[in-house]
Design a protein around this ligand. Structure first.
Ligand SMILES: Cc1cc2nc3c(=O)[nH]c(=O)nc-3n(C[C@H](O)[C@H](O)[C@H](O)COP(=O)(O)O)c2cc1C
Length: 244
């Protein structure tokens, strides 16, 4: 299925309550094919695990944040590689938006799951960096989901806090920033800042050594690229964006 990932940015929000129904076979197949395509293109290891409730089951594993999770995507990597973390964010978010376009709920999960019972296939030196919960959800959020959303979004940043520029910004940059504002980030800390100077755009975070922050950088870069109407990023902290 061909999808316009930019269009689904507005529809995506982290979902934490999933229905117990299986993902439709044709939908699961489309998602599986897309994950394979992205993994091949990026040389990253992502796997869709269907019908395995063990990694989120029980209050202890998810701190009561999630319910009904039975499918997830594992993001696997080797420790201490900032660029790889950023790439997992960039490409993982493509998968998140694709799943959203298929009508599925998603949530990036860095902490509240049981890493040890994860069904990822690991080679020597590899570990599960994080997972993306995925599955069928009700169209409307449950009261508890809304409560968690409101709590985490209380300190959401204004657009102007997310970029630095000495001059007025062009529309394409603003549209890119609107998409960055809607990007998921761990505990919604929105750590990524962009700079605009004479048509040159860069993105940076203060704490690139923090794995979660490096993931957030990749996610924000993808959102900017989609919002700005296309272009190419250099990976790395302070990487440059070249507009299409
Ligand atoms: C790298 C990463 C890790 C995350 N880990 C968790 C987690 O462990 N538990 C959780 O409930 N949400 C987690 N989230 C979801 C964020 O809380 C959520 O993206 C943020 O609050 C913004 O909300 P939104 O995604 O609904 O726009 C994570 C998000 C990212 C990007």
């Amino acid at each position: 299925m061909d999808v316009n990932l930019k269009k689904v940015i507005d529809e995506r929000t982290s979902r934490r309550k999933y229905l117990k129904t299986e993902i439709e076979p044709s939908t699961a197949e489309a998602l599986q094919n897309y994950i394979q395509e992205i993994s091949g293109k990026s040389n990253l290891k992502m796997q869709l695990i269907l019908n395995d409730e063990t990694v989120f089951k029980g209050f202890r594993k998810s701190y009561g944040m999630f319910s009904g999770v039975r499918n997830y995507i594992t993001l696997v990597g080797k420790a201490n590689d900032d660029l790889q973390m950023e790439k997992l964010g960039y490409y993982g978010e493509q998968v998140v938006l694709y799943a959203t376009a298929l009508g599925l709920g998603t949530c990036w999960v860095g902490g509240t799951f049981d890493r040890t019972s994860c069904k990822a296939e690991l080679s020597a030196g590899e570990s599960v960096i994080c997972v993306i919960a995925v599955g069928n959800v009700k169209e409307r959020m449950s009261t508890k989901e809304e409560f968690i959303y409101t709590m985490i979004h209380r300190k959401a940043k204004e657009l102007e806090q997310l970029y630095i520029s000495d001059t007025p910004i062009p529309d394409w940059f603003r549209e890119g920033m609107e998409a960055v504002k809607k990007a998921p980030s761990a505990v919604n800390r929105q750590p990524v800042k962009l700079t605009y100077k004479e048509n040159e755009v860069t993105a940076f975070v203060e704490d690139i050594k923090n794995q979660g922050v490096a993931l957030d950088l990749g996610i924000a870069k993808l959102h900017f690229e989609l919002g700005a109407g296309g272009g190419v990023w250099d990976f790395g902290n302070f990487g440059k964006f070249v507009r299409k």
